[in-house]
Write a new protein. Structure first.
Length: 266
């Protein structure tokens, strides 16, 4: 934007840091205000907190919540008239240990994209979008590259009653953009895929179990390797990897005691 049209007004340092990071990441100029300051001419919307909303006398406000970046950005785009809350959106997902995502508008514009910190966060993203855009049609386009993770993501989204397509991910990473999951997710969202209506099945192999165990060591900083039964539960989607690592930590802290032999009477 050539001139700032957005103001961030909050004294909450954590919320301010999140909002500033979000706007800078999207390449959007903004001005910083404190409660009681005059809102400059040219400002179209004010981002503030629920607690400070009453002190902001301005017709266009977005109430931002901590940890809800997608919600805040979506509401901001709606208030600015850049998207309609009743539109059809395609959400590209590049599955993996850190899934890439991209939210595309009906005109093919990328509303926002990024990388999630764990596979389970895809379901959280889906719920956040549904809560923010309850009248929109949301279709998730899941890449087929990571065969195990894409099955898990698809099944979780189907369980939440979302529309899901599987997109052939071959060629999803443009030349010079290797390992950029957000770029791959944008490509995936732009492609037509195969509509899925029933949960997928996937035979778990010993190699899959070893990979989950490797990721558990990585997640725990090398302290724990989860046992095979917990790894199988992670693969089946019955438990998250985070929970499995916490359980492994408890097992290491409180190992089961072996029964002691009773002393024989002389």
């Amino acid at each position: 934007m050539p001139k700032a049209e957005i103001a961030v007004l909050t004294e909450d340092p954590v919320l301010y840091a999140e909002l500033a990071h979000m706007l800078k990441e999207q390449g959007v100029d903004f001005v910083t205000l404190f409660p009681g300051e005059k809102i400059p001419r040219g400002i179209r919307v004010v981002l503030t907190s629920r607690a400070e909303e009453g002190s902001v006398e301005f017709p266009a406000k977005v109430i931002a919540r901590k940890g809800r970046r997608i919600e805040t950005w979506t509401l901001l785009q709606t208030v600015l008239g850049m998207i309609s809350p009743k539109e059809h959106f395609r959400i590209g997902i590049d599955p993996g240990p850190r899934p890439g995502f991209a939210i595309m508008t009906p005109t093919g514009q990328c509303m926002t994209s990024g990388v999630l910190n764990r596979p389970e966060a895809v379901a959280s993203l889906a719920r956040e979008l549904r809560e923010t855009l309850p009248e929109a049609v949301l279709r998730f386009c899941v890449g087929s590259g990571d065969r195990l993770q894409h099955v898990r993501v698809v099944n979780e989204l189907l369980q939440l009653r979302f529309e899901v397509e599987i997109v052939d991910e071959r060629g999803s990473t443009p030349h010079g953009q290797r390992n950029n999951d957000a770029v791959s997710a944008r490509w995936i969202a732009s492609q037509s895929g195969r509509l899925v209506t029933h949960p997928l099945s996937y035979p778990i192999t010993p190699g899959d179990v070893r990979e989950v165990q490797r990721r558990s060591r990585e997640l725990s900083g090398g302290r724990y390797t989860i046992p095979r039964d917990l790894a199988s539960q992670v693969l089946a989607g019955e438990i998250s990897l985070d929970s499995a690592v916490r359980r492994a930590g408890l097992l290491h802290s409180n190992p089961p005691r072996l029964p002691q032999k009773k002393k024989e009477l002389a």
